[in-house]
Design a protein around this ligand. Structure first.
Ligand code: P6P
Length: 347
């Protein structure tokens, strides 16, 4: 297979950068890409590839339902409050059921953890097998569905340890232990972004063939970009360092972009650069975003794309989780931009 012609963000392509740019000629599906990756690891059993294939299938099913959400009756309250204390949208439950049904049939999975379910789901115990655990937020930002704003699915894949008796203890691993992580953004296009620790790769859903096709290989985010993304309505409740940073950004010609859907805000940051912040607030003193299945997978992707992700002044992926649904403050994005925030947090 010839090396795909590619152009980098700057429009200049060089042999070194070419591999990182937009893929313009060879058509590679997500399925083929993952099998290619698997072939590079002689001892790979193929179990991991089956999981990505399942997530891809679930993503296509959810993409269709999201794009017809009112016709599918997916808008509006489910009438319940989830474990997060948030009102469940009907589409939250539909997306969760799709993923649980698709992943539940994969023999390589021992434990599933969802933002929508209080406890993890144990599929296989001890000697019953199950090499991996999968955690996910089935439909992040779903409160935006009634206004047709981009929403997303976030997932992370961890190794299972059958010697650990409790499912929660098994999945409470620091982000550095992630085997793979990714998201699907159901936006103006449906994109599947994944890393297995060897760069970040983006695929776009071609509805005419029902496949995710590679559009960007080894994506790298710009080191700087004068854009910050935060809900400024919460400013008065931010710790002082964040308030000092925002004053500095306002005085240094920064633009503000905030969608209020993490997958959409982080995807923009990954592709164009900038910094996304969800600091501690008056309502969420420990931060609002969930460590295990939102912050960690997004941090893995951002770091693989050359960026940084911190919680306070600590590297997000080094936090040792204690609970499945624990939350964390978060600052992630271009390394140069995260450094500007850290400078103000350190005072
Ligand atoms: P706020 C969506 O509800 C979500 O969990 C993330 O997708 C998003 O980044 C954040 O909350 C938005 O929170 O408080 O700004 O509405």
């Amino acid at each position: 297979m010839s090396t795909p012609k590619a152009s980098t963000n700057s429009g200049q392509s060089s042999p070194h950068q070419a591999a990182r740019g937009v893929v313009t000629d060879n058509l590679l599906s997500l399925q083929t890409f993952i099998l290619d990756e698997e072939a590079r690891h002689p001892h790979a059993s193929g179990e991991f590839s089956w999981i990505i294939s399942a997530i891809s299938l679930a993503a296509k099913m959810i993409a269709y339902k999201v794009r017809h959400v009112r016709l599918q009756g997916g808008v509006g309250s489910q009438g319940d409050v989830n474990v997060q204390g948030e009102e469940q949208i009907k589409m939250d439950v539909i997306a969760n059921e799709v993923i649980m049904r698709v992943l539940g049939s994969r023999h390589s999975i021992a434990v599933l953890g969802s933002e929508e379910d209080e406890q993890p789901t144990i599929l296989r115990r001890g000697s019953e097998g199950g090499k991996y655990c999968v955690l996910f937020d089935p439909l992040d930002g779903s409160s935006n569905l009634d206004t047709a704003v981009g929403v997303g699915t976030i997932f992370t894949i961890l190794l299972n340890d059958p010697t650990i008796p409790g499912a929660v203890e098994t999945v409470c691993q620091p982000g550095t232990k992630q085997v793979a992580a990714g998201y699907v953004l159901y936006g103006s296009s449906t994109v599947f972004v994944i890393t297995t620790g060897h760069g970040v790769h983006m695929f776009e859903l071609d509805m005419s063939v029902g496949s995710f096709l590679l559009v960007s290989r080894d994506l790298k985010m710009p080191r700087t970009c004068k854009v910050y993304s935060v809900n400024e309505a919460n400013t008065e409740g931010f710790p002082e360092g964040y308030q000092r940073y925002l004053k500095w950004a306002h005085a240094n010609d920064y633009s503000s972009r905030y969608i209020g859907s993490m997958v959409a805000d982080v995807h923009r940051t990954l592709v164009k650069g900038g910094v996304f912040l969800y600091p501690p607030t008056a309502k969420h003193a420990g931060g609002k975003l969930r460590l295990l299945y939102e912050a960690n997978p997004m941090s893995f992707l951002v770091e693989q794309a050359g960026g940084m992700s911190v919680s306070g002044t600590k590297r997000t992926m080094e936090i040792q989780p204690k609970e499945l649904h624990e939350r964390t403050p978060l600052v992630m994005g271009s390394s140069g931009e995260v450094e500007h925030v850290l400078r103000h947090l350190r005072g």
